[in-house]
Design a protein around this ligand. Structure first.
Ligand code: SF4
Length: 214
């Protein structure tokens, strides 16, 4: 697949920023603790599913301190409809314990510190920083990966390399561009049956017309 030209990259960036200038996460949260828990749960799981799970979870554990003292089986049962709930329950409690022990119960809003918490990798850390602090960072989930490749912005095989490519190409406003690409991939440039006919990216897309119409 052809790579996007510099002119196309500039136009693609402008189009995302114009169409999604106020894009934010669809996860429901009220503070940094809740956001981090939501993002940890959302790995390999849909935001819709996470939003169904978290009201009961946050009612039971409204603070990182209470989560740090939680019973593992109880957490598992509260998040059991989430993929990988066994590991996620263990990581949630370990994350909370470290935040209480090392960060005085405050979620550290620093990507280098976030990744030291159990169950928090670079993508999770970046998503939290993007959403909560508007940090100029990119994060690549399945939607961003697909959109980046279809538009010829990256040929990388991994999410981390794709993130590097997007960061180099776009340079600024990465937080809004991340949110934009997630929503664009989720609702328009879908994995199956992308809505190419009505797509504002079509003139710049390297994949338009390559999908079968069902
Ligand atoms: S034209 Fe189709 S494949 Fe290309 S970005 Fe738009 S929806 Fe995605």
């Amino acid at each position: 697949m052809k790579k996007a030209t510099l002119k196309e990259i500039t136009t693609i960036k402008e189009l995302f920023l114009t169409h999604y200038d106020k894009a934010v996460t669809e996860l429901h949260y009220t503070n940094a603790y809740e956001l981090l828990v939501c993002v940890m749960l959302s790995a390999q799981c849909t935001d819709k599913r996470v939003n169904l799970i978290t009201p009961a979870l946050f009612a039971q554990y409204p603070s990182v301190l209470l989560l740090s003292q939680a019973n593992l089986e109880e957490v598992k049962s509260l998040i059991h409809s989430c993929s990988f709930f066994n590991n996620k329950a263990v990581n949630l409690i370990r994350m909370a314990q470290k935040v209480v022990e090392q960060y005085h119960g405050e979620i550290p809003l620093d990507e280098n510190l976030l990744v030291t918490l159990a169950g928090v990798g670079q993508k999770t850390a970046h998503v939290v920083m993007i959403e909560y602090t508007k940090a100029n960072l990119m994060a690549v989930d399945t939607h961003v990966f697909r959109v980046a490749h279809r538009l010829g912005l990256s040929k990388a095989k991994t999410a981390i390399k794709t993130e590097e490519d997007l960061t180099k190409l776009f340079k600024t406003e990465l937080d809004t561009l991340h949110q934009a690409m997630v929503l664009f991939g989720r609702y328009r440039c879908k994995a199956k049956n992308p809505e190419c006919e009505e797509c504002f990216m079509k003139p710049y897309c390297k994949s338009a017309g390559s999908f079968k119409v069902n």
